[in-house]
Design a protein around this ligand. Sequence first.
Ligand SMILES: [Zn+2]
Length: 881
Amino acid sequence: MSESSRYQPQAIETGWQRAWHDNGLHDTPELKAGDDAFYALSMFPYPSGNLHMGHVRNYVITDVVARVQRLRGKKVLHPMGWDAFGLPAENAAIERGVDPGAWTDQNIASMREQLNQLGLSIDWQREVATCHADYYRWTQWLFLQFLDSGLAYQKDATVNWDPIDQTVLANEQVDSEGRSWRSGALVEKRKLRQWFLKITDYAQQLLDDLSKLEGWPERVRTMQANWIGRSTGAELQFSVVDAAGNDTAERITVFTTRPDTIFGASYVVLAPEHPLVAQLTTADQEIAVEAFCDLVSRQSEQERTAEDKPKRGVPIGAQVRNPANGELIPLWIADYVLADYGTGAVMGVPAHDQRDFLFARQYELPVQQVIIPEGCDEHAFEGGAWTEAGVLIHSGRFDGLPSGKAKQAITAAAEAEGWGQEKVQFRLRDWLISRQRYWGCPIPVIHCESCGVVPVPADQLPVELPRDVAFSGKGGSPLAQLESWVNVSCPCCGKPAKRETDTMDTFMCSSWYYLRYSDAKNTSLPFSREAVNSWLPVDQYVGGIEHAILHLLYSRFFTKVLRDRGLLSFDEPFTRLLTQGMVQGITYKNPHTGKYIAPADVADPSDPRDPVSGEVLETFYEKMSKSKYNGVDPALVIDKYGADTARMFILFKAPPEKDLEWDDADVEGQFRFLQRIWRLVDSASERGLSLAAGAGGPEAVAQALAAGSLNPAEQELRRAVHTAITEISDDLDGDFQFNTAVSELMKLSNAMGTHLEGSGDVFACEALRTLLILLAPFAPHLAEELWLKLGGRNASEALASSSIHAQRWPSADATALVRDTVPLVIQIKGKVRGNLEVPADADKATLEKLALESEIAAKWLEGKAPSRVIVVPGKLVNLVP
Ligand SMILES: [Zn+2]
């Protein structure tokens, strides 16, 4: 084999990447009326500076989707950008004194280069970075839309406070023991006035519209529904009584989904932060209550509500009256009740709620059973909480009612008697968007003593982040310390005023970036209505399951608010969603020491042992990570095998939504497959075959078919070609079974290895042309190179129109799949004695005649007529002598 005919991906890939870029091959075409548009989108990355295998999988999947749609004649938008604000840049600034902006820009440049090495068909002209002023200007503009709609407001909320550094900490800066990442101080909770977006106003719509998202994984829709958490129940009021047991005017309102259990309430619990706690605590309980509130203030919400944590509480000394039966029951505070969820108060019904049951057992509170399973004896109750529906007992006039009817009857009675009403409640709470950090989008408002909160006028946007900031990690937010930036005059009255120093949660920036791509260069609006409505909703969104809740929910919320503002005219931003699985690496762990061992240090993978102690190691697959030494660097794989092999392996190894186990042998296997295709084309080229001037294209093939019949090799070849077209087209529709599509490519190349030689030029060219086009989305560089080599394009032609990626997806010829003849099994007295090729449409009589005339019959029957003939059409003929 000559030197020039070896497959050397490194020699061709960067060349094609440059040529595609220089010829604008991936630029987004302009949309005209009636154009078929397709928007393929990957979730944009945080620019950490390093591309990992999880990114590669995400972007390669989206790239194949985008390339297939282009081949199908759609006008495709396939952009990329950077979710570029956030904590790592600020931490780098505090630790190493680097400028967060410069640090981020460097990371972006290096990751863009790494992405380009994968051969992704991205339109870089629409690149956005959320930390650049030409983007965050519009994030601020959109915030002002929310403010104007009454959907942005301020209220007090709790933050993590580092008492040594005197600074607010993000949750990620607090370790599992509740200490500051930097000072090591035990973190405290403090109340600060912060900004919220009123996502709860859209709770019902966000829930209802999940039914429109048929192209989303069911599991993601369920996660969103659970997060929104709609429940129907009742708000019931318990009167606070004075020391003498008489009702006061004060009432405690609780929310419950089980009003049918109210007769079983044996206590009421307030959140420790409930505004009535201080007022209602009796003198003898003051010390205990204060100590308890102090303890709870140091716990995170998650610690307070985690299911496996014991619940703690104290009585505050006061009593309330159960409105249903008039009984007096004690008032408690407990860690598991949160102030900003529901009414901040719940009734404790230990017999019918597991959490209340454990709490009552711990603090020796009475357990009163009021529901029994239908058809059951009330004395059968054996200790645990009965949390299902049943029939009421010990419930006065409601005794004997089933739970469902009792809920309605008790709620109706409460409404009639003035102690309650029906209520729908959502678990979803308003979105806290304030961050007391530097590296984020400044909230564009000014605080004036006379005018209150004043929005920064639109023509003064963006409120730019000042760059001359000192980062110490101590004291207040770096922005608050910069007086020259904070002090401004009020846009309304002109008096001295102060800028808001909070920046926005980075989820704000990522809630609308997919809209900006439709019109990324617009300098007068975040996007024009025309552009956003013509490209969106996104046809296919691809990203990690870790964003199944917040990012997707916030983006859906943004879309609905902007729709209601008249800025766009669709209800949902993402029509189809694919959540790709993880990439896992082989992982070795010493079960005794718990230490992970790098694969390079394992001498014999078939008997993995600790390099130091010789102990046998545990072997398993786990998500790639630095701490487990199981990562594979994409750059090294590309260096060794090329991007096409990396892409083929990732697509072939597992269906996209499933986890993928990295396997070097399978990577090698894909490399060999691409080499085989290279050699196949090489020998076709030596034979003199050329795809120039439409050779092997639909017209040439139609002419050849009209002109005459096909030889057996040609028939087999065409059947393989058109089976591949049918199967791969199916695999790329809907569920994206890339792995089986690659298998079909392998089958086609095998069939070509067998039948190409015996086929005439037209059909050989049809097979070659088809193979290369079907391969193009998966291995774009190799397909382009072989397309050129076979004369599919002339090197002097414009690449934009003659590239393999500018061709049309082939359509299957159903007649090629039809078989003219089929094999028929000939049995003599039930034993298989041979096969016969017979016409596929032969009837029973013809099959019997052909079988009797065959050489097989002549040999085994020795001229005698059979006593019996059994014909199974399409399968066999059995001759019984
Ligand atoms: Zn003012």
